[in-house]
Design a protein around this ligand. Structure first.
Ligand SMILES: NC(=O)c1ccc[n+]([C@@H]2O[C@H](COP(=O)([O-])OP(=O)(O)OC[C@H]3O[C@@H](n4cnc5c(N)ncnc54)[C@H](O)[C@@H]3O)[C@@H](O)[C@H]2O)c1
Ligand SMILES: O=C(O)CC[C@@H](O)C(=O)O
Length: 527
């Protein structure tokens, strides 16, 4: 598989990718060139420079994953990627400290006019009277967006004896209070804060959050720091508020258009401390995000769940620990169930019994649905598009969870209903190995791997021998065999692990054996 890296990403991440894939590094690609070459690639790794537009995504016929070595994915058309089943993943933690420290550096530089003073020194001047600053201690800091970076900034500001207030509608007030931060609405922050720092993503809701109207409400002499995203502040309105003296100074790392437009009004302001999007530019952060994004890309290309995918439900670490060993089993169970089923699938019920039912099993359900759709759809199925594809086909997927589990500590049972009947498969883990323990009510114990030949048959002598003979004549080796029975006698199921594909004419011969009630061949290696 081939990966394109189109922005500068640390060698630490590239080396991880090169161990498994061919990696092409092509920087500063014009948009039309990216569109021309993207069909060759299975994954794309970017930072913020490459714009992964709808046109790029439409041209990307093989692309399975887009990795952002950093947090913000506003340079990627996530919706277009989701529609195409492309996983978009980021590296949200690697640069948190870098961006937090940059914010503190910007705040202090702003409070003490450091860049302006430095510039005059370079010009041979000694202007002590011109650069009177303000102290941070005792001042109120208003934080808009109390996520990773906002919280880091809050903690550091409190160490500098600032009062911290914050706006973040998605943060629990108790959580904020425990940190010593009072949550309030934006307008209240505007009227109270001496410093305002932004740590929000750029979304339709946050675009132009600080505009003319907001600047009319701010405390006169407020200082504003933006190390989040250009566009959350309206730059023209901000420049005007600084020129009018309402805002005493600004420190800005991110801009509506990057690289910055030379006409940008912020460039002309003496009271502006500006950096060219350097928030994540530390050696440590660049290694961190590159390594994280490389692992995310590898997981995505292997078809494994990606913890940092932004277009899939995130999986908390404590949930992942419980469900991770079951992912492969769930997917294989979906594959087995769809092979058993004849006809149009109407609904899929997935029952989780035992301890596993106590955590969020949504991703396991997705894994099962992925395994179920894979053999029947042409397109590539993954954790992003599987639920949507099932829904689009009118397949109702239901989860049932119960702590009760009769025979096994944990059991997953899938029931597939079609217009022709119902089939079921149940599986569990023995140690770390996934085992199928029930097929259509027959007790079995088989590993879900390789090729499996299933033959429900009448409970009468000679059935296994007849199938074995046909397979032997066709030169298909049997690696393992067992007969599954139900409580009620009459029919059994033979489950044979075979070492190769069984050609269709051979399968037809097996199906034609008197007493065989249909035979199915499952390839667990496909997909
Ligand atoms: N300057 C840089 O180089 C640099 C580096 C890293 C991150 N960033 C940017 O910093 C920002 C914050 O990053 P983070 O890692 O702290 O992200 P995060 O996801 O941890 O925090 C973002 C916070 O914003 C809140 N939020 C989301 N939508 C909101 C809305 N409409 N109104 C109010 N709050 C809202 C969320 O609840 C969350 O708590 C992002 O925009 C990211 O792209 C910039
Ligand atoms: O890639 C960068 O240097 C910037 C990253 C930063 O803006 C982010 O959102 O993570």
């Amino acid at each position: 598989m081939k990966i394109l890296v189109s922005d500068p990403v640390s060698a630490a991440g590239i080396e991880i990718l090169q161990k498994e894939f061919t990696v092409d590094i092509k920087l500063k690609l014009p948009p039309e060139e990216l569109i021309r070459i993207i069909p060759e690639y299975d994954a794309l790794v970017v930072r913020s420079e490459t714009k992964v537009t709808k046109a790029v995504i439409e041209a990307a016929n093989k692309l399975k994953a887009i990795g952002r070595a950093g947090v913000g994915v506003d340079n990627i058309d996530v919706e277009a990627a989701t529609q195409k089943g492309i996983i978009v993943l980021n590296a949200p933690e690697g640069n948190t400290i870098a961006a937090t420290e940059h914010t503190m550096a910007m705040m202090l530089a702003l409070a003490r006019n450091i860049p302006q003073a430095h510039q005059t020194m370079k010009e041979g001047k000694w202007e002590r009277g011109k650069f009177m600053g303000v102290e941070m201690r005792g001042k109120t800091l208003g934080i808009l967006g109390l996520g990773r970076i906002g919280t880091g900034v809050a903690k550091r500001a409190m160490a500098m004896e600032m009062e911290v207030i914050a706006y973040d509608p998605f943060i629990n007030a108790d959580h904020a209070r425990n940190l010593g931060i009072e949550l309030m609405e934006v307008d209240e922050i505007l009227t109270k804060a001496d410093f305002i720092t932004l740590h929000l993503p750029l979304t339709p809701e946050t675009k132009n959050l600080l505009n003319k109207e907001a600047f009319a409400k701010v405390k006169s002499g407020v200082r504003i720091i933006n190390c989040a995203r250009g566009g959350v502040i309206n730059e023209a309105d901000l420049a005007e508020a600084v020129e009018q003296g309402k805002v005493a100074g600004i420190a800005v790392d991110v801009f509506e258009k990057e690289p910055i437009n030379p006409e940008n009004p912020l460039l002309k302001l003496e009271k502006a401390v500006l950096t060219p999007h350097l928030g994540a530019s530390t050696a440590e952060a660049q290694v961190g995000v590159a390594v994280d994004v490389a692992h995310g890309i590898i997981a995505a290309l292997r078809g494994e769940p990606v913890m940092t995918a932004v277009n899939m439900a995130p999986i908390p670490a404590h949930v992942l620990k419980v469900v991770r060993p079951y992912f492969e089993l769930a997917e294989k169970m979906g594959c087995l169930a769809v092979h058993l089923a004849d006809g149009r699938i109407n609904s899929v019920d997935i029952e989780y019994n035992g301890e596993i039912s106590q955590v969020d099993t949504k991703m396991l359900t997705t894994a099962l649905v992925k395994g179920l759709l894979n053999p029947i759809l042409q397109e590539s199925i993954n954790y992003v598009n599987a639920p949507g594809l099932a829904k689009a086909r009118g397949i109702k997927v239901k989860e049932i969870r119960s702590k009760e589990s009769a025979d096994f500590a944990n059991l997953i049972t899938v029931r597939v209903r079609t217009d022709k009947g119902e089939h079921m498969v149940a599986g569990t883990l023995f140690g770390q190995e996934g085992r199928i323990v029930l097929i259509d009510g027959y007790r079995v114990d088989v590993a879900a791997r390789g090729w499996l030949l299933l033959g429900p048959h009448l409970d009468q002598p000679g059935m296994v021998g007849k199938v074995g003979t046909i397979l032997g004549e066709a030169n298909v080796n049997i690696a393992g065999m067992q007969v599954g029975r139900t409580e009620t006698a009459g029919t059994n199921i033979m489950v044979m692990s075979v070492e190769a594909d069984v050609p269709t004419p051979v399968m037809l011969k097996i199906k034609a054996i008197d007493g065989i009630l249909g035979a199915k061949l499952v390839n667990f290696n496909a997909g």
